[in-house]
Design a protein around this ligand. Structure first.
Ligand SMILES: [Zn+2]
Ligand SMILES: [Zn+2]
Length: 222
């Protein structure tokens, strides 16, 4: 089968053996390219198939994939924080084969059901949407708050979209025209101005962190 790997000759499609072993075989339909994929690739060539943001078909049904395999028995897993599993520590696309292949073998506990109406072509967004939902939940937004998002890549855009469901207006800084177009389409305002009750840094670099501090309103939150 075809699979995408980071080879000594560069990132390319190679012919790979079909996966076998314990787990469930799914057919990847869409796979996101995440910033962390670039960090992994910078470590050098590997035989592991790329891709941890995976939308797939399982028996013809669309599913998302929770990309971190976990043991289910360590203290963190028992407490429900399976993403902090200290035993297995296997991320699809980094430690074990990921989604950019014609077939993927996954732990059945990593299957995320999505409604039939969701196309597998977009169910790869389950993982970045989960990141945004978690960030917005931590922020405990209240209606009327001013919210700023720095960075309009997928996670920044999705964070803005999720924040809006809490009854807040969201300003977002975007570097590229295509990002501005997407941001406007989901009801975000372009450009940060003034101070914000909550700022999400969705760029994750020194400049964005400094900007986040600069535009955050001084406040004490209990
Ligand atoms: Zn990712
Ligand atoms: Zn565990």
């Amino acid at each position: 089968m075809r699979a995408v790997k980071n080879t000594p000759a560069g990132i390319t499609v190679v012919d790979a053996a079909e996966p076998e072993g314990d787990g469930v075989l799914v057919t990847p339909i869409s796979v996101g390219i995440c910033g962390s994929d670039f960090h992994v690739m910078a470590l050098g060539p590997t035989d592991i198939t790329v891709g941890h943001e995976i939308g797939a078909l399982l028996d013809g049904r669309p599913v998302g994939i929770q990309p971190f395999a976990f043991c289910g028995q360590c203290r963190n897993c028992v407490q429900g924080t399976t993403h902090l599993c200290v035993q297995t520590k296997q991320l699809y696309g980094q430690d074990v084969d990921g989604g950019m292949a014609e077939l993927l073998l996954v732990d059945p506990r990593c299957i995320v059901e999505v409604p039939e109406s969701v196309d597998a072509a977009v169910s790869s967004l389950v993982e970045p949407i989960a990141v945004a939902v978690h960030a917005v939940n931590l922020a405990a937004l209240e209606p009327g708050m001013r919210v700023g998002v720095i960075g309009a890549g997928p996670v920044g855009l999705i964070t803005g979209a999720v924040a809006r469901t809490h009854g807040v207006d969201v300003d977002i800084s975007a570097r590229h025209d295509r990002q501005r177009t997407a941001a406007e389409r989901i009801g975000l305002s372009i450009g940060l101005n003034g101070r914000y009750d909550v700022v999400f840094d969705a760029a994750g670099n020194n400049a964005s962190l400094a900007e986040a501090i600069r535009v955050a309103r001084p406040a004490v939150r209990s």
